[in-house]
Design a protein around this ligand. Sequence first.
Ligand code: BV8
Length: 232
Amino acid sequence: MKPRSIVVLTGAGISAESGVPTFRGPDGLWEGHRVEDVATPEAFFRNPDRVHAFYDARRARLAEVEPNAAHKALGMLDARWPGDLLIVTQNVDDLHERGGARRLLHMHGRLKSARCLACDARLDWEGPLAHRPPCPACGAAGRLRPDIVWFGEMPYDMDRIDRALARADLFVAIGTSGQVYPAAGFVEDARAAGAYCIELNLEPSDVSFRFHECRLGRASELVPALVDELVA
Ligand code: BV8
């Protein structure tokens, strides 16, 4: 396999071995919350304190986790791959960046970013938002929200993603359950464009049937092995 243009899609499973909880744990709750209570615009406008507390806690926890071998393998692929490469992550953690990825985009936003409801600026943000700090760009007080794409909101960079999928000849999905769209539909676009599609996951996803190849196992083992195949 000697592809020229690669698109990689990652989900919560690539960060699981770093200690970042995935969305669909056994109890279906997500860190003790129902998704619709914390990851929708309605939830935010109905109870901003609860949503800020949820994201402030997750942002603070980033300091306690490290990129794992899977993040680092993708960072090495990025450094060495001479052709096109785009890593599209659904994750909002910063582990891909810390693992060395550069040709990377966060289609569902980032914990370490805030967005101003007054001026729409998107700003790198490290600390909490619950105390309603003013916007550094426009000064508006209490108008900053987590820069996260919630359910019902349009993911970021869809045009760039669609262009990359249209020219991909290899599509790899890593650690995603294939339950959330439009990300879960990317394999169909890639396959229609003629890409060879590989899924790496601990267990079959909702869209495994759409892939040419499904490799079952932990990302920290499967991703370095695949990257070794690609750069060999
Ligand atoms: C949109 C940010 C509209 C939040 C997230 C009915 C049918 C189809 C679609 C819809 C529908 N009703 C509503 C929709 C649309 C909706 C949707 O798809 N809903 C689903 C639930 C049905 N989608 C949206 O709302 C999206 N927006 O559609 O916009 C629109 C269109 C045009 C114009 C305007 C508007 C926005 C979705 C984004 C929501 N935000 N995240 C936050 O993080 O705080 S979603 C969140 O869950 C993640 O970002 C991720 O995208 C998603 C899925 O999570 P996964 O990453 O897959 O993680 P999960 O826990 O599910 O699975 C983990 C996997 O890892 C498992 O497979 C497991 O086996 C594996 N694993 C575990 N450990 C390991 C491992 N693999 C390897 N190694 C391991 N060690």
